[in-house]
Write a protein that binds this ligand. Structure first.
Ligand SMILES: [Zn+2]
Length: 309
């Protein structure tokens, strides 16, 4: 209800009925578009071929990350996600820590992540009733290229003005605290149970390496912006101290093509995503024809909590 009817030029999609707020790139129900598994649901591929996808290090066989593009025309609800421990109490495999990378932002764009110092749970409860919860939120300005970390337990809200690439733990638990009077269900008790008054949420300073910019590297995921300079080998995309594992490649701008021996070339369309499994044969990635020099690659890999950076 808070999205857009027309996603152009981001995606060639115009909604007939309800607006579209989120484009899911790696949801359990996302359909694999190319290759020998074309037509399968992503979750089904994790069920049948988890080790080939994730490598030997993965602690659980299912899909670890949900990656989306978020189009907010109006404010999203003020919400909070549980951490792993609380999610398991409610029968889910994991909680939800997330991050937002601003693919674009209008001047004055803002998001809210975290609570102002001195906020109490009792105060939040009163403000939910009074409809004034926004005044306790820590508001952040957002520019194109910014990365915002939102760890589980952080009270947060996405507001209009930016288009965000969201990477999150693959979990569907959202507790809505305040929804601007819209008629959706609120989860006030559970949201208060999940809320942490102090968290690590906020903007993350980029770390420049010789051949890439590390946008974030935390306990569940690492997100990097990769400079292309022509052709890159799959091997060169791999971090120096990185175990072999699953990597997602997202084209933030331009379009790409992956080629290698033993598989049909794979197109990486603009704002599309390619899953590179742990068992991938050697490949190269380059600009697709007609998109010369424009490919801007975002590489997303899962981290496992035991190997926290
Ligand atoms: Zn969220």
């Amino acid at each position: 209800m808070w999205g857009f009817r027309d996603l152009r030029p981001w995606y060639d999609r115009v909604a007939e009925g309800d607006p579209i707020g989120e484009v899911w790139l790696t949801g359990d129900d996302c359909e694999i578009a190319t290759g020998p598994h074309a037509g399968k649901r992503l979750a089904a591929l994790f069920e049948s071929d988890s080790a080939a996808l994730l490598g030997a290090e993965a602690p659980t066989p299912d899909s670890p990350l949900l990656i989306k593009v978020i189009f907010a025309k109006e404010k999203l609800s003020v919400q909070v996600h549980p951490d792993d421990k609380l999610a398991r109490k409610y029968g889910e495999p994991r909680g939800k820590t997330e991050c937002w990378y601003a693919l674009a932002a209008e001047p004055g764009a803002q998001v809210a992540a975290g609570l102002k110092p001195g906020t109490t749970l009792a105060g939040i409860k009163e403000e939910i009733q009074a409809g004034t919860l926004e005044q306790s939120l820590n508001v952040l300005p957002v520019k194109t290229g910014d990365m915002v970390f939102v760890d589980a337990g952080t009270v947060h809200a996405i507001w209009p003005g930016s288009i965000l690439l969201e990477t999150q733990q693959n979990c569907d638990l959202t507790y809505r605290m305040f929804d601007y009077g819209r008629q959706r269900e609120l989860h006030i008790d559970k949201s208060l149970e999940a809320t942490k008054l102090t968290t690590r949420a906020g903007k993350v300073a980029p770390r420049e390496l010789a051949d890439r910019t590390v946008l974030i590297d935390v306990e569940y995921f690492r997100v990097e912006r990769i400079g292309m300079n022509g052709v890159r080998t799959g091997e060169s995309l791999h971090g120096v101290d990185e175990e072999s594992g699953l990597a997602y490649l997202f084209a933030a701008a331009g379009a790409g093509r992956l080629t290698g021996a033993g598989f049909e070339p794979v197109d990486l369309p603009t704002r599309g995503i390619v899953a590179v499994p742990a068992s991938s044969p050697a490949f190269v990635v380059e600009d697709a024809k007609a998109h010369d020099g424009k490919l801007e690659l975002i590489r997303i890999t899962p981290n496992w909590p035991s190997k926290a950076a």
